[in-house]
Design a protein around this ligand. Sequence first.
Ligand SMILES: *Cc1c(COP(=O)(O)O)cnc(C)c1O
Length: 381
Amino acid sequence: MIPYGRQDITPDDIDEVVKVLKSDFITQGPVIQDFEKSVTAKVHSKYGVAVNSGTSALHLACKALHLSHGDSLWTVPNTFVASANCARYCGAEVDFVDIDPCTLNMDVSSLENKLVQAKKDNKLPKVVVPVDFAGQPVCHEEIHELSEKYGFYVLEDACHASGAIHNGEPVGSCKWSDITVFSFHPVKIITTGEGGMALTNNDEFAKRLALFRSHGITRDLEIMNDKSQGAWYYEMQELGYNYRMTEISAALGRSQLKRIDEYVARRNYLAGVYNEAFADLPLKSQTVLPGNLSSYHLYVVRVSETKRTNFYNTLKSAGIGVNVHYIPVHLQPYYRSLGFSPGYCPEAEKYSREAVTLPLFPTMTDEEQLTVINEVKKALL
Ligand SMILES: *Cc1c(COP(=O)(O)O)cnc(C)c1O
């Protein structure tokens, strides 16, 4: 089976992890801070808070932005469920904005129309979560402009997009977002086993991210209510969580980060080969806009709805690890129980009926890719 994604672990990665295992700290030590610094240096953000998953990073980001009961968060249906669930953890409502059928990212005019209506109804969102689907950065400038006009926070779900670039800015720089979130799950661009990071340029958000990461406890005298106590004193100021990353994970991440540009380059090369091979076939691939360097976490194609089941099954039985990204989040039973139903986001729903993800990972060989291409051609006959 050629999988749709796969991590790359080198002897250097293993050495770095072993070093930590032999050291004094296997969690809450110096490597986590060093990993955070390496990531922020790479993406040009002021702060990075490393956590135990991308999902935790999304949850902490919502807490940092004071998302709560009575608020709402908007995201897209074409994403992993975590982009929406983070609002539910905070007791907030979720709503969905449809996607652009070519870029497969949040459709900015749908967002704007929805904002116009929400303003009339006095139901504007507190947070909007655009998702860099498959590694392609969203239309940042436009979304940022709307955020200023309508007064919402932008929480960018860049779990697919570490290593991507938009108009010269690395994804994660937070030039157009309040907080940007990465995942380091093994199928993503770089891995820490499980892990994630929340990036921001805002001092207050950074403090709150760190506070909520570790039980809401602080040892920072500056922010304590009671400053008269001794060196032993700590305060729990908020109901936080244990979302900390381990030193073991951070060591792996720091080592992987050194190869992120190579990974993204190889992923782009392989995507280019696919694009060329499929140019004359009845398949549609994702449009990557000028100014974007996608990190190509995923390579997705659209095949006509009537052919999709057969196409998917034929490839699967030929040993090609196909997948569907994503089942529209609003059509999951949990979200249906909150009142969403088919027809709510027609573009995302149509895309989902046609979508197939093909294998793409940096260690994929040219021969493996040729096998996939040949099987795709056969499956379309
Ligand atoms: C992977 C992913 C997440 C969650 O990340 P984990 O590290 O698996 O918790 C969130 N959003 C998107 C778009 C993802 O792809």
